[in-house]
Design a protein. Structure first.
Length: 131
């Protein structure tokens, strides 16, 4: 997903982890900074209570979401990282899993992550506009 052009990657990552809405498909009412070892429930399809454990990797500008027992796609891992290329920022999302519903994951993942990424890039645009 392509994003803002004027952000340095360190600052962009700080904003990435400044709100759970930027890194996972959580209900709209949940906001706030992300910390390593946080556990939250994400929305997958119609199921709203899908627990994940979050790890932050500041060296690689990434977060790792581990699905926990009770998650519809457990066991699984999602890595989301900020990358810069030609003065453009991108959010790269990769996932692996051995859960019982791989087709659901494949069908929903692109749309879900595009929506989460759009929330993040809208935030960067908003912050840029207020400078």
């Amino acid at each position: 997903e392509e994003g803002a052009q004027i952000w340095k990657i360190d600052a962009a990552f700080t904003h990435f982890i400044s709100d759970i809405q930027h890194i996972a498909p959580v209900p709209k009412r949940f906001h706030g900074p992300v910390n390593s070892c946080d556990t939250v429930s994400v929305i997958v399809g119609l199921k709203r209570n899908n627990p994940i454990l979050i790890q932050i990797d500041t060296v690689h500008y990434s977060i790792i979401n581990y699905t926990l027992p009770g998650h519809i796609l457990y066991p699984g891992v999602v890595i989301r990282r900020i990358e810069e290329s030609d003065h453009q920022l991108f959010v790269i999302t990769e996932s692996w899993g051995e859960g019982r519903l791989p087709r659901l994951n494949e069908r929903l993942s692109t749309r879900v992550w595009q929506k989460v990424n759009q929330t993040y890039f809208d935030h960067l645009q908003e912050v840029s506009s207020s400078r």
